[in-house]
Design a protein around this ligand. Structure first.
Ligand code: ATP
Length: 239
C-alpha cells in the first residue's frame, strides 16, 4: 500500500499511558493497524505487549491517550461492546473451554448471529484437523489444535480486527509455520491482525509492519526485514 496516509487505520493507539493501579506499564504507545494488514508487536517478557492488547480491546482503560477504531474514539467503551463492533482478542492461553468438545466449543460462539452449521463449516474448511477431532475434549487436543480451535471460535464472530497474544506459545516450529500461513490467508481476505509475540520470528514472514517494544515503549517500527535485524540487539539490551 503506497499512500498509507490516506488510509484510515482499523485500529489506532495514540499516546497511550496505562498500567495497573499505581504501576505504570505503558509510557506513550502509538500504533496503527491498517485494514487488511498484519502488525507484529515483538518484545521480551514484561515489555507491555499484553497490556497493549488489553487497552486495544477495552479491558484496560488508559490513563491518557486515545484508542480509535476506524477513526472513531472508543476510550471507555466496554470490552463486550468493542467485541460486537468487531474487536476480537485471542488471549495468551487461547480462551477455549477445555472440558467441552471441539463441537461444543464451536457451538458456544454462535451467539454472534452466524449459524452453527456455518461456524462449523468454516472451522473445518480452514482447519481440516478439527473435523477429525470434532468429538474430542478440547483440553486433550495438541497445543496447535487448541490454537486452531481458538482461531475458529474467533473467526465465527466475523471480526474486523483479530488480536493474537503469543500465537506460537509452546508450539513446535512446524505448527507455528502452519498457523501463520492461515494468518496470512486471513489478512489477504481483508482481516486486520495485530499479533504479539515474544520470540517467534515466524511472524515477521507474514507481517506487513513490525515493531519492537521494550519497557512499555515502542522503540522501533518498520518493515519486518529491518526489524528482524534489530531484534537480537533489542533482546540483548544493546540499543
Ligand atoms: P509477557 O510476554 O510476559 O506477557 P508482556 O510484554 O506481554 O510480557 P505485560 O504482560 O503487558 O508484558 O506486562 C508488563 C508489566 O506489567 C510487567 O512488569 C508485569 O509484571 C506488569 N503486569 C502485568 N499484569 C499485571 C497486573 N494484573 N497487575 C500488576 N502488574 C501487572
Amino acid at each position: 500500500m503506497s499512500d498509507t496516509q490516506a488510509v484510515t487505520p482499523l485500529l489506532e493507539l495514540i499516546g497511550i499511558r496505562a498500567g495497573y493501579g499505581t504501576i505504570d506499564v505503558l509510557h506513550g504507545v502509538d500504533l496503527k493497524v491498517l485494514p487488511g494488514t498484519v502488525y507484529a508487536l515483538l518484545g521480551p517478557n514484561g515489555a507491555g505487549k499484553t497490556t497493549t492488547l488489553g487497552v486495544a480491546s477495552g479491558q484496560i482503560h488508559p490513563q491518557t491517550g486515545s484508542v480509535l477504531l476506524t477513526g472513531h474514539e472508543v476510550n471507555g467503551v466496554s470490552p463486550d461492546r468493542l467485541a460486537r463492533a468487531g474487536v476480537c482478542l485471542i488471549p495468551e492461553g487461547r480462551g477455549i473451554f477445555p472440558n467441552l468438545t471441539v463441537e461444543e466449543n464451536l457451538r458456544m460462539c454462535t451467539y454472534a448471529g452466524v449459524s452453527y452449521r456455518e461456524v462449523q463449516e468454516r472451522a473445518f474448511t480452514q482447519f481440516p484437523r478439527l473435523r477429525e477431532r470434532r468429538a474430542q475434549v478440547a483440553g486433550t487436543l495438541s497445543g496447535g489444535e487448541q490454537q486452531m480451535l481458538a482461531m475458529s471460535r474467533a473467526l465465527a464472530t466475523d471480526p474486523a480486527i483479530l488480536m493474537l497474544d503469543e500465537l506460537s506459545m509452546g508450539l513446535a516450529p512446524i505448527i507455528v509455520g502452519e498457523l501463520y500461513e492461515q494468518v496470512a490467508t486471513l489478512a489477504h481476505a481483508g482481516l486486520s491482525i495485530l499479533i504479539v509475540e515474544q520470540f517467534a520470528r515466524e511472524v515477521l514472514g507474514v507481517a506487513d509492519e513490525a515493531a519492537i517494544m521494550l519497557h512499555g515503549r515502542i522503540q522501533r517500527t518498520g518493515p519486518p526485514a529491518e526489524i528482524a535485524e534489530e531484534l537480537t540487539a533489542a533482546y540483548l539490551g544493546i540499543s
